[in-house]
Design a protein around this ligand. Structure first.
Ligand SMILES: C[S@@+](CC[C@H](N)C(=O)[O-])C[C@H]1O[C@@H](n2cnc3c(N)ncnc32)[C@H](O)[C@@H]1O
Length: 295
């Protein structure tokens, strides 16, 4: 089957549109209104649910980054595979399927989520909508790496606000599955902050830089910043080209960092060296070396 064409949003409302109409305007030809209702993005009357508006904006925005990757990985009749980690209600997976996989007629989306009731709901919804090439696995992200239900290779790994270290587990999954791309929007991550907290007294005697994380709020913020920097270096050291950008405007989400990694095969030695140096400088190598690929 041929590749779905890039489509422009359907103009369904007048230019002086309300915020609600502006999002509805973005509905694409063939997009399932039934799905949007099932996801409670649209009310039964077809109006936009304000609480879900933020999620829809995030997912649409993410789709702009994922669609070109999917197009690339669908070439030569390849059936693209995508694993979405910490899938929750699987907004992202369902909308990706609806906007891309449905028309493509091949490929598969796997949603990984450890809350059984969400997995069950997603399975039922996929069945109801006839989205046959979607599977939902009731697994932790870490356990999914070796799960028999998943293929050996996965083209794209996504993780949208997967909590705490689930993003790191998703990266480990992507590395193991030789993912061609990873699209990550990290959530809060407490592990690095905990290590910073633990070594704080010692580091304060050693370096004025420890002022950066003396106050608890700064420990948390710096921990989060360092985590994402280490993730990027880890990916670069593993052969990925990394772009870091904003997902949507900060008014829509505080957890807004979007990391896009594409496999090039060029493992950057300098990234591995810098990763090691940062771990050392912040006193993190004991607790976190293995997590970020440093033995
Ligand atoms: C904040 S929600 C985001 C859900 C979805 N990605 C979205 O953006 O709508 C995080 C989800 O990840 C799941 N989760 C967190 N850690 C996980 C882990 N280690 N393994 C599997 N699921 C996890 C939670 O149960 C929750 O449903």
């Amino acid at each position: 089957m041929s590749k779905p064409q890039a489509r422009s949003p359907r103009q369904v409302v007048a230019p002086k549109a309300s915020a609600e109409a502006a999002v509805l305007q973005e509905l694409r030809p063939g997009q399932s209104v039934e799905l949007l209702k099932e996801l409670h993005i649209l009310t039964r009357e077809g109006k936009l649910n304000q609480d879900s508006r933020r999620k829809l904006k995030q997912v649409y925005h993410l789709f702009q980054f994922i669609e070109p990757l999917l197009q690339d990985f669908s070439q030569n009749d390849h059936a693209p595979t995508l694993a979405d980690h910490g899938a929750g209600k699987s907004y992202l997976g369902f909308i990706l399927y609806d906007l891309y996989f449905k028309a493509l007629g091949r490929g598969h989306i796997y949603g990984i989520e450890w809350r059984a009731e969400l997995v069950e709901k997603s399975r039922l919804l996929a069945q109801r909508l006839g989205f046959e090439r979607m599977s939902f696995l009731n697994l932790s992200v870490a356990d999914s790496t070796d799960a028999a239900e998943l293929p050996e290779r996965i083209d794209i790994v996504t993780a949208l606000h997967a909590c705490d270290t689930a993003t790191d587990d998703a990266i480990a999954f992507g590395l193991q599955k030789k993912a061609r791309a990873m699209v990550l929007v990290p959530c809060c991550q407490a592990e690095v902050a905990a290590c910073l907290r633990q070594g704080k007294a010692l580091q304060l005697t050693r370096t004025p830089l420890a002022e950066l994380w003396r106050h608890p709020l700064h420990t948390r913020e710096l921990g989060s910043q360092i985590t994402n920097v280490l993730r990027c270096l880890h990916l670069e050291a593993s052969g990925y080209q990394v772009t870091v950008t904003e997902l949507v405007g900060w008014e829509h989400s505080m957890k807004n960092e979007l990391i896009i990694a594409r496999y090039t095969g060029q493992k950057k030695r300098s990234a591995a060296e810098r990763l090691r140096a940062i771990l050392q400088e912040f006193g993190l190598e004991q607790g976190l070396g293995v997590r970020f690929g440093v033995e």
